[in-house]
Design a protein around this ligand. Structure first.
Ligand code: 5GP
Length: 237
């Protein structure tokens, strides 16, 4: 496999072509963004930590029968993944009320959500990722009803696997965002799963162990990510 030109640079990751059109290289950078890119900072080790973290989680999900784009780690900060045509819809599951839900509905932060909620957002920084629904996604052609149904089922399947994994590490999985894409006509989990795109609280202290530390200026961001990784068995060496 030969790494070729950069195809796309996102806020925290870059995508490179390879000599195989069905494979691209994801490079996890140290860049950290919040508020749709309004705040950007470079945090040492973040690229490595998120690359290793994501590889570990994608492996667990594949083992549970969830199709992912992940193929293999290539270096500390690079992974080989399948080339997906991304669906511009973010799927969010919430087990505990926090963040956007608390703001939007005025419910108490920390309230257990039973059953867990499922929300869709349009991936669009300029519009600040507005909340959408199945009807809008179908009308505007962002995803078909069949694709949405499959994305929802897979997002909840991920919840079953990861809620348990993090709970075993003393970390309630509060909420998370997933992105999917198409590979040879099949829905596949894409993007990444790391503390950048989920909320994890320490079960005892309720300390935030995720990107909210960056969003809220709490410090110790990467130290918290590493602690989460250590508790669930990620190898950072
Ligand atoms: P909220 O809607 O409360 O802001 O986010 C819900 C969950 O999805 C959180 O775990 C948050 O980190 C994640 N999330 C939602 N949108 C994005 C996004 O655009 N980027 C990242 N990294 N995470 C997101």
């Amino acid at each position: 496999m030969e790494k070729r030109q950069e195809l796309y640079a996102g806020k925290a990751k870059s995508v490179f072509a390879t000599d195989d059109p069905d494979r691209v290289v994801l490079q996890f950078r140290d860049d950290t963004s919040a508020f749709d890119g309004e705040r950007m900072e470079s945090l040492a080790r973040k690229g490595m930590v998120n690359n290793r973290f994501n590889a570990f989680i994608m492996g667990k999900l594949e083992a549970a029968g969830i199709p992912t784009h992940f193929e293999q780690c290539l270096s500390d900060t690079e992974s080989l993944v399948k080339t997906l045509t991304m669906i511009p819809v973010e799927c969010v599951v919430r087990n505990i009320a926090a963040g956007g839900l608390v703001k939007r509905l005025g419910v108490e932060e920390g309230r257990e959500l039973s059953p867990p909620t499922f929300e869709l957002f349009l991936k669009n920084d300029a519009l600040h990722d507005p909340m959408i629904n199945e009807s809008l996604a179908e009308t505007f052609g962002w995803a078909t009803p069949q694709q949405l149904a499959e994305m929802k089922a897979l997002t909840f399947k991920v919840n079953a696997v990861l809620k348990q994994l993090f709970a075993d590490g003393g970390l309630p999985l509060v909420d998370y965002k997933l992105e999917f894409g198409l590979f040879k006509g099949r829905i596949v989990l894409g993007d990444e799963f790391s503390p950048d795109g989920c909320r994890l609280w320490d079960a005892k202290t309720r300390d935030k162990m995720d990107k909210d530390r960056f969003r809220q200026g709490l410090g110790g961001v990467i130290e918290a990510y590493e602690e989460v990784g250590r508790r669930i068995g990620v190898d950072f060496t």
